[in-house]
Design a binder for this molecule. Structure first.
Ligand code: SAM
Length: 316
């Protein structure tokens, strides 16, 4: 490893993230720009813009010659690209960066960054910060659209009459299932302010708090990337509410990162989880243990992609 380059690697990410945030990739996509006309379009300081464009050219996000053009990397960071990662790019700065910059305090005090800020948890923090709230959920949507693309083909959901995606964010996963299985009644369940942000689609929206109770309207529930946000006590409460909401033989699809035999690869992800939430990545046996303690019976697991696995349980 080239240590001297490693120390300043974040400069490159922050240059790209700033270009996303200031809509520079979107502007370039919309028209033919010189340095001066792009500076006028975004009301940017021309001198600073020149140096930022040079950095973006060097990192292969744009081509900065007489005319400024996007490369494929730059195109993916525009708002309307079908596989856009614009908000996923912005997410890892802002409060995530603040949490990492305060790792030394968490190390001493043993608490996630947001608890030290007097917030209940990360989700409580973003609820009070509209900009961070929007960026987080749009970023999760972009990841979900990609990660769950193959899920409807991988698992036969046709055995179900109704499915609720619990903590489903802006609905990328449940939309995929609803499109593939039009006969199934599909629901998105999340906090009220989150389902309000989700665009109207072919699924129905339900709002509430998964720590309180879940609607008894489905014979299958999905919990994707939810349990890893919480400590065991809270995870057990969510699983109990899932169990209570399902009919006998109803199914629970738990989607999480598979860290078995790869703990080392997940070390940074786990550290991030510790900083942001009270949760952590768990081994498959730990997820099985949590679900079984609430009465679920483990049926099987199916690999979703390189990173994620679907654990399927049913209610006795
Ligand atoms: C890490 S995101 C996962 C989103 C989506 N399932 C995915 O896989 O991309 C966790 C979700 O849990 C939701 N959530 C957090 N606390 C909740 C609560 N008390 N009741 C309902 N949903 C909640 C958040 O709003 C967020 O959408």
């Amino acid at each position: 490893m080239d240590l001297k380059s490693f120390f300043t690697a974040h400069w490159e990410y922050l240059a790209v993230k700033t270009a996303c945030e200031m809509n520079i990739f979107d502007f370039i996509e919309q028209g033919s720009f010189s340095l001066t006309s792009l500076a006028a379009k975004g009301k940017f300081d021309e001198n600073f813009l020149h140096f930022l464009l040079q950095a973006l050219h060097h990192s292969n996000f744009i081509c900065y010659e007489n005319e400024i053009k996007l490369t494929e990397n730059g195109r993916i960071l525009t708002e309307n690209h079908p596989k856009s990662l614009k908000y996923a790019c912005i997410l890892w700065a802002e409060e995530h960066l603040a949490a990492w910059q305060n790792l030394s305090f968490s190390l001493k005090i043993g608490k996630p960054y947001f608890e030290m800020q007097g917030e209940k948890d990360y989700f409580g923090y973003i609820e009070n910060n509209d900009n961070e709230f929007q960026i987080y959920h749009k970023a999760m949507y972009e990841y979900a659209r990609d990660d769950y693309e193959k899920l409807p083909q991988l698992i036969d959901f046709s055995i179900h009459k109704a499915i609720i995606d619990v903590g489903g964010g802006l609905g990328a996963l449940i939309e995929g299932i609803a499109k593939s299985y039009p006969q199934i009644k599909c629901y998105l369940f999340d906090k009220e302010e989150v389902v309000d942000l989700a665009e109207d689609s072919i699924y129905e929206k339900l709002s509430g708090d998964f720590f309180y109770k879940l609607p008894k309207t489905a014979d299958a529930l999905i919990l994707s990337r939810v349990i890893h946000d919480w400590n065991d006590e809270n995870a057990l409460l969510i699983l109990k509410n899932c169990y209570d909401a399902l009919p006998a033989n109803g199914k629970l699809y738990l989607i999480e990162n598979n860290i078995d035999n790869k703990d080392f690869r997940f070390a940074l992800l786990n550290l991030n989880m510790k900083l942001m939430t009270s949760g952590r990545e768990r081994k498959l046996s730990e997820y099985q243990d949590l679900a079984q303690r609430q009465g679920f019976v483990f049926e099987k697991s199916v690999a979703l992609n390189d990173l994620q696995i679907v654990l399927i349980f049913y209610k006795k």
